[in-house]
Design a protein around this ligand. Structure first.
Ligand SMILES: [Zn+2]
Length: 109
């Protein structure tokens, strides 16, 4: 069975910082977050799109977009699960391996 799914996740990637929120009109905790959409096949292979880092108010979600390069340089590891980051590469490698095996089989006899 081949199952295809998709979703959206928001992951908190750092400690909260206190800032003045223009929407709440008060001092609030702002959380650095990574928001991304993903698609996956069979829960094993996946890919990520619409990735963006943001600093969001913990009360009203108002916030700023953060620079992806700056954010990723400051992170120890990517908050995106392995199969979503490299799933597509694994899938392509698997297809290539199968194609080569089929080719070798056809030419072996
Ligand atoms: Zn707010």
């Amino acid at each position: 069975m081949f199952m295809i799914g998709q979703g959206e996740r928001t992951v908190v990637v750092g400690p909260a910082e206190s800032r003045h929120c223009p929407r709440c009109g008060e001092e609030r905790d702002f959380l650095p977050q990574l928001k991304y959409s993903f698609g996956e096949f069979d829960l094993l292979f996946g890919f990520v799109y619409n990735k963006r880092y943001q600093l969001a108010c913990s009360e009203c979600n108002h916030g700023w977009i953060l620079d992806t390069k700056t954010m990723e340089a400051g992170l120890e590891r990517s908050p995106i699960p392995f199969h979503l980051r490299y799933g597509f590469v694994v899938l392509l490698a698997l297809i290539a391996a199968l194609a080569m095996a089929a080719y070798a089989y056809r030419h072996s006899s």
